[in-house]
Design a protein around this ligand. Structure first.
Ligand code: FES
Length: 167
């Protein structure tokens, strides 16, 4: 079968997680049919879907934005960007898991008195997990408001989120 050559659009930022998303789109030849799978890869890498990600995916796969939003909001599996002023995404991918992110996640949950997937009552912090942040060499890793932090300790992670709660 003859395949038309598709090109990738410029990535939204140099955040290496976009490369994971782009690799999924490339693997599927930037076909519109890959929409669910690509949104899934966004969620795996970022922990949630937001407007910029959905727009980027829709443009890359050439599907109407309304359809991309429709899919993102229809399936319970997808999480839209949480409402907390700050967001912490802890990687629970294999490399990070082995190096201790369950304890880190647990420490943050205890400190904030919330569970993964929740936002603190004062709406200051949302806590999420991702499958792989594309930074396995830095395991254990988490992203604090978009800043990737590797070789993370539970103490450092808890201190970072507690700083947010006292702002
Ligand atoms: S497993 Fe955590 S960054 Fe890949």
């Amino acid at each position: 079968m003859l395949k038309t050559k598709s090109k990738s659009l410029p990535l939204p930022s140099d955040d290496r997680r976009w490369q994971l998303v782009n690799a999924t789109m490339r693997r599927h030849g930037y076909e519109a049919d890959a929409l669910i799978e690509v949104l899934h890869s966004v969620q795996s890498a970022f922990g949630y879907l937001d407007r910029d990600a959905i727009q980027f995916v829709a443009r890359s796969l050439r599907v109407p934005l309304s359809r991309a939003y429709g899919v993102a909001t229809f399936y319970e599996h997808f999480t839209m960007k949480p409402k907390g002023a700050h967001t912490c995404v802890v990687c629970m991918g294999t490399a990070c898991y082995i190096k201790g992110t369950p304890a880190i996640l647990n420490g943050i949950e205890t400190s904030l008195s919330i569970h993964e997937g929740e936002t603190t009552a004062d709406s200051k912090v949302s806590l999420l997990s991702a499958r792989c942040l594309g930074a396995c060499g830095m395991a254990p890793a988490a992203v604090f408001d978009g800043e990737m932090v590797g070789k993370l300790s539970t103490e450092d992670a808890v201190a970072r989120v507690e700083r947010w709660t006292t702002e």
